[in-house]
Every structure is written in C-alpha cells, then in structure tokens.
Design a protein around this ligand. Structure first.
Ligand SMILES: Cc1cc2nc3c(=O)[nH]c(=O)nc-3n(C[C@H](O)[C@H](O)[C@H](O)COP(=O)(O)OP(=O)(O)OC[C@H]3O[C@@H](n4cnc5c(N)ncnc54)[C@H](O)[C@@H]3O)c2cc1C
Ligand code: SF4
Length: 559
C-alpha cells in the first residue's frame, strides 16, 4: 500500500477503536482504521449453533483445538482464536491466560455485554482511600457519552440508581427465573445487615426494544458470548461500522498488524504507523496527522514499547516508565449451590441472556473493618446447570439431571484488583519476535493481600446469601480464578493528572506526544469493581470529540 495521508489513524477496531472511528468519521474526519484480524462473517456468530453443527462446519481438528481453550462457546469462535503460533507470549509470577481474538469488532463480537456505569464515587475513590493516583476526570465528564450509548446502541437495566451503579437510560430487562426470585427474597432479608444489598437486573448492552435496521430485539435464547446473530447485543461490526462506512470517510484495512509508531524527528510528533499484512507478510507505512492506539490493554503497550527512537529509547511516550505497568484485571470467586425447593421442578424455556442478575457492590461501609479497601460486585443466574452431584448412567442419570436442572444457583464475584509492582506487561527480555517482527509480550501477575481479602469476602458473603436462601451442596472457588480469565484487564497506559505518574492525560492523549492517543482499556487510572467496557467506550467517544475539536482549532497537526 502506498503511503497515504489521513486525518487520523486508528489502530484496532474493538470496543474502544470502533467508538473512536465512528465518532471521528461522523464528525467529518478522514480515518484509516487498521485491524489485525479479518472481517467476521455472520455464520461465525454462533448464538443459534449447536455443538454438532459446529463439528460439521469446522471439522475435528479445529474443534478439538478450540475446545481445549477455556471459555464458553469456544468451539464456535475457533476460527478467530489466535493461537500461540500467531501471537506467542510468556508469563511470570502467577501466570496469565490471554484469550486473543482478532477481527473487525474486536472482543465486542464475543463479550457478554455486562455494562454498568462507573459511579461518581468510583472516580473519586483513589482520593478517598489514598491508594494510587487520582482519575483526571469525573463522572460528569463522561455522563453525556454514557447517555449517548444508552440512546443509540441500547442497554438494558433497572431504572433506579444504586449508590454504586447509576441507572442511566435503560431499556426493560428480562424477567427473573424461579431460583433467582428465591435468592432475591433471601437478599432482601439480609438488608438489615447490608442496607445496600440488592439482587437486581444486570445492566447489559442488549436491546430489548426495536433499534432500527439490521438489529432485532433480544429473543432471550442465550449464548450471547458466542456471537449474537440478532445484533441485539452490542457488536461493533453491526452497530457502529455500517454508519461509519456510509460517511465515505473511513478506510478499513483488516489483516493489518501494526508493529510500531513512526515518529517525526523534526517535530517530535507521531507521523504514522508501520504495519505488516497478516496474509502476505508485506510491510507498509501509513501517515496521518493523529494516531490513536486502540489495540487493547495488552497490545497497545507492546506497540509503544516497540517504538523506540533517540528521544524515546524505552518506547514512545514512555519517558515516565509507566507503559506496561499497573496491569489489573478482576479477582474472581464463585459459590454454587442447589435450591431444594426446586428439585423436580418442571423444566421450561427460561434460558434468557447470560449474567442477567447483578449484585451491585454493597460492602462499602464495613470493608475497612474487614481490613481491605475497594470492593466487588456479583453476578448470578439459576437453572440450566448440568448437575455434577448426579451419579449413575442411562435413565438414572437422565432423571437425576432433570430433577436438579432448575435447582442450580450460581454466584460469581468480580473484585477490584489493586495495583502492585508484580503485575505488568513488558517485551519478553529474550528478544523473541512473532512472525510479524513484533517482540512478544511477557505478562506478569501477582496478588496483593487486599485482593485475597476481597476473594475471601466474596465467598463469605455469597455463602451467607445462599444459606439464607436454603441452598445446599455449596461449593466455592478454592483460589482466585487464573489471572486474565476475567478479560477485564486495564491500566497499562494509565491516565493521570501528573505526567510523572502515568502515560496519558484525561483525554487519553499521551503526556509526551501531543498527537498520539490511546483509546482502549489501558487508559484506566485504576481498576474498579465494574466491568470496564462501557467506560472504555465512553472514554473513546469523549476523546474523539476532543480530537475533532483540536483539529478544527489547529491544536493538533492535521494531515
Ligand atoms: C467472552 C468474553 C466476555 C466478556 N464479557 C464482558 C462483559 O460482560 N463486560 C465487560 O465490560 N467486558 C467483557 N469482556 C471484555 C471486553 O471484551 C473488553 O473489555 C473490551 O473488548 C476491551 O476493548 P478494547 O478496545 O480495549 O480491546 P478489544 O475489544 O480487544 O479490541 C482490540 C482490537 O485491536 C486489535 N489489535 C490488537 N493488536 C493489534 C495490532 N498490533 N495491530 C492492529 N490491530 C490490533 C485486535 O484484533 C482487536 O480487534 C468480555 C470479553 C470476552 C472475550
Ligand atoms: S439472548 Fe439476546 S443478546 Fe443474547 S444472543 Fe440471544 S438475542 Fe442475542
């Protein structure tokens, strides 16, 4: 590809990148969007597909490789999994499981859609408890962007605010299942001890109402994480790209692996990026007035660290040494039990979308007395479980499963992991490179004492709730889930007020290069208990408005 000038280059087309692209082109900017993976095809979204159909479509070898991967519906996504031969990585400390999806729309195509707003207190918390740097923006700064997402992309939830989860402008959620009602009553009984305890509907980026052409309202069959063919769940390919492409100002280039940022030695500004064609391995350069990296929390630092020059010997925008540091995902713990009230209950079609119930953070007031800061939120669901308690073969097994099917109840907690120096990503010190010439990543993870206290607290509170509901045969996580598996990793190019403390300012602009931006999970100042993606999207939209305004004012160099 011949070098060509655009207003903006956006690297990555996932949750952050797609928002950035859409807002930039619909505001008049010309954009080159470089995406590592291919275009997803509709038949690869597996919400309707059964395992045996996938077997026929993909063949044994692909299926076997995919089912070896943790995660729901892995076989259906196998075509888009990137394996170690394509993006190898190494780990240190507690290890890290890096599930790598590459394709237009990024992980939006396969996420669960859980999308709580961060609360005003989430943005203030570092100042209140004194741990880590302050966020350089407030809830009020993001509120218009949260609202835009609700109005234009669709999000279900409850209409009432909870102190930890602002409601926003939600569409009506699905109903509760039998078991969920029982646990909801148990939570209500525990409110004397925990006034903020609610067992309520999860805010999810799913539309239950008509949202226009190309989208159907949710029909509650489940399998959302296997790709929603209805486009009821937010999927960037269907929700943002059609309108962006219709402007005529977007050039989308799939199969383009960006390796580094090109710097202009005269101006000290970013001049563009280098990329390798994933299929031919040919190398290219592209030029623009502004560069936005939205390659995700683990890949954006890799690109920055691989962009060295005389001015930035340790990677562009890394004068502070913070690129790749402060990596955090969520501490996860679960408790599962069986509600004897529902043994033998008739099975009915109550699948619904996944993670329909949320327990917003309710432990704010007592956690210090328990010796930890920050907190956790929970998800829950009932029914649909294959019961491991059931023994036997043949008709005994089938009857046992039918008897227990509705009775299963699960609670899963996501705790804010605290920043610690043992959790970060770097370029592998061995110097090993992938097939595109990129140094491979080495991902380190360690637990902070606070994380382990949160893990124990989740289990203790969930056990109380299930015991109050009369559940039996409780089993709980023996240890926190493997780091990385929450998929909620953030923080490797964090935004800070003081350039010494981080990589980006409150608009995701790197402190050191005024036309180089980051628009993905890496900009989070700190982890919270919330699933991060809605906020990644809101931050990217706000940043795009800032870029457009700056280009109009001539504050950033335009191509
Ligand atoms: C099964 C599953 C369930 C999830 N459920 C939830 C949930 O319920 N709620 C929630 O908040 N989050 C959830 N997540 C996490 C959510 O998907 C991520 O937080 C979100 O996608 C992060 O957005 P991003 O833009 O930072 O990265 P991504 O969406 O991963 O996008 C990054 C894009 O950059 C591309 N890229 C990478 N490297 C390069 C390169 N060198 N050159 C060019 N392009 C590159 C990638 O191919 C990708 O398309 C889930 C994830 C998965 C997989
Ligand atoms: S339950 Fe709703 S959101 Fe989930 S895959 Fe089905 S239609 Fe899509």
């Amino acid at each position: 590809m011949k070098a060509q000038a655009y207003d903006v280059i956006v690297v990555g087309s996932g949750c952050g990148g797609s928002c950035s692209v859409h807002r930039l082109v619909t505001s008049g900017a010309s954009v080159l969007n470089l995406e590592y993976g291919p275009e997803y095809e509709e038949q690869d979204l597996g919400s309707f597909e059964q395992y045996y159909d996938a077997y026929a479509r993909l063949g044994y070898a692909a299926l076997k490789r995919a089912t070896e991967r943790p995660g729901p519906g892995s076989w259906k996504r196998s075509k888009y999994f990137v394996y170690d031969d394509d993006v190898p990585y190494t780990t240190g400390g507690e290890g890290w499981y890096w599930r790598r999806y590459r394709g237009v729309g990024g992980r939006s195509m396969f996420w669960a859609g859980v999308a709580p707003r961060m609360s005003p207190d989430d943005f203030r918390e570092p100042e209140l408890d004194g741990f880590g740097p302050a966020w350089p923006l407030t809830y009020t700064d993001l509120e218009p962007y949260y609202d835009w997402i609700d109005d234009h992309l669709g999000r279900v939830g409850v209409a009432e605010d909870h102190p930890s989860v602002p409601a926003g402008r939600p569409q009506p959620p699905q109903g509760f299942r039998c078991g969920e009602r029982i646990v909801q009553h148990a939570c209500n009984r525990l409110r004397g001890e925990f006034p903020l305890l609610r067992y309520t509907h999860t805010p999810k980026m799913i539309a239950t109402r008509e949202m226009g052409p190309g989208r159907a309202p949710c029909h509650y069959l489940g399998n959302c994480m296997e790709g929603c063919r209805n486009a009821a769940k937010f999927e960037a390919k269907y929700h943002l790209y059609p309108a962006a492409q219709a402007t005529g100002r977007l050039t989308l280039r799939p199969d383009a692996v960006v390796t580094d940022v090109i710097m202009d030695p005269d101006t000290g500004l970013a001049a563009g990026v280098r990329f390798t064609d994933r299929l031919t391995l040919e190398q290219h350069e592209a030029r623009a007035g502004v560069v936005v990296l939205a390659a995700s929390t683990l890949d954006t630092p890799r690109i920055l660290l691989n962009s060295t020059s005389a001015r930035f010997p340790d990677g562009v925008a890394n004068g502070s040494g913070h690129v790749g540091q402060h990596l955090n995902d969520h501490v996860q713990a679960s408790v599962i039990g069986y509600l004897p009230q529902l043994y033998g209950h008739r099975t009915y079609n109550d699948d619904g979308y996944t993670f329909g119930v949320m327990i917003p953070r309710f432990t704010q007031t007592y956690q210090r007395s328990k010796g930890f800061i920050r907190g956790w939120e929970g998800r829950s669901g009932s029914g649909k479980g294959i019961d491991r308690q059931v023994e036997g073969f043949g008709s005994r097994l089938k009857t046992g499963i039918r008897d227990h099917y509705q009775a299963r109840i699960s609670l899963l907690g996501f705790g804010a992991k605290l920043d610690n120096p043992g959790t970060f990503v770097e370029l592998d010190p061995s110097g090993r490179r992938d097939r595109y010439g990129m140094p491979i990543a080495r991902i380190h993870s360690a637990y902070h004492d606070n994380d382990l206290k949160i893990f124990e607290d989740i289990k203790a509170r969930f056990t109380d709730i299930l015991e109050q509901a009369g559940a039996e045969h409780l089993t709980s996580s023996a240890a926190p889930a493997q780091p990385g598996t929450s998929e909620h990793e953030v923080g490797t190019c964090r935004m800070t007020k003081d350039p010494k403390d981080g990589v980006c300012d409150g608009f995701g602009r790197t402190h050191e290069v005024s036309n180089l931006f980051v628009a993905d999970g890496s900009v989070f100042t700190q982890q919270t208990d919330k699933s991060p993606t809605l906020t990644i999207m809101a931050l990217a939209l706000r940043q795009a408005d800032f870029i457009v305004d700056s280009l109009k004012r001539g504050d950033l160099r335009s191509a």
